[in-house]
Design a protein around this ligand. Sequence first.
Ligand code: 13P
Length: 288
Amino acid sequence: MPLVNARDMLTKAKAGHYAVGQFNINNLEWTKAILLTAQELNSPVILGVSEGAGKYMCGYKTVVGMVNGMLEELNITVPVALHLDHGSYEGALKCIEAGFSSVMFDGSHYPIEENVEKTKELVAICNEKGLSLEAEVGSIGGEEDGVIGAGECADPEECKKIADLGVTMLAAGIGNIHGKYPENWQGLSFETLDAVQKLTGAMPLVLHGGTGIPADMIKKAIDLGVSKINVNTECQLAFAEATRKYIEAGKDQQGKGFDPRKLLAPGFEAIKETVKEKMELFGSVNKA
Ligand code: 13P
């Protein structure tokens, strides 16, 4: 099945009280592992691409070519959206042009009026071209592509302002951060999430920083309207650990163990396992 935008899958998730996972991709192995797992579990899925990862993979057109090729060659029939993660205004335009089916415009670092203006322009473009659009209010903490966000709780009134522009889904900062959570992390602010959900109604809400959030908090966030959860670091950690074990066991020096198809296989399987665990936790299995 060709790429779809994320509107239908997230509307169904919000109504059905589960969440669709966004898993960020970095290369061919990542993409193949995520797509095959989604197909095996009959789950919808969103492939996330940060601007940095897009550059690493030789640009958005290369990414679109790779993903479209895999959808066909692997006979993927579950709904798949290809989504720009934390995009700039210019990045969003480039992805729309390149053939992505969904984009995020992260205007959270702009004053709210500027965030509103730029988001509004992108709503019009995405509507015309049939893409879904994610907006953000209240920055997500931690580091992503070298940018360190302090992590703040969004103002629910500002969330309503952005939601009312007609975006497809909204990321609201609720104390979540990218990467590993520090020992002294205060946890998610369910008070903020509850207030945002009350003001934004049916709007699917997005939880960034899915790595390391305890299962009970994930479930409560889904109860309070989260329908899309982003996971990146956890797949990277799983890949790195499995690859390290392979090398430390000297397997790259046995027979043809140096062949990248063998060397990258344990990491590939580790990504599949991580994605499976998350899809089960988020409740998206058999929701394709
Ligand atoms: P993690 O890297 O913490 O899983 O966060 C992913 C994310 O939110 C991508 O936007």
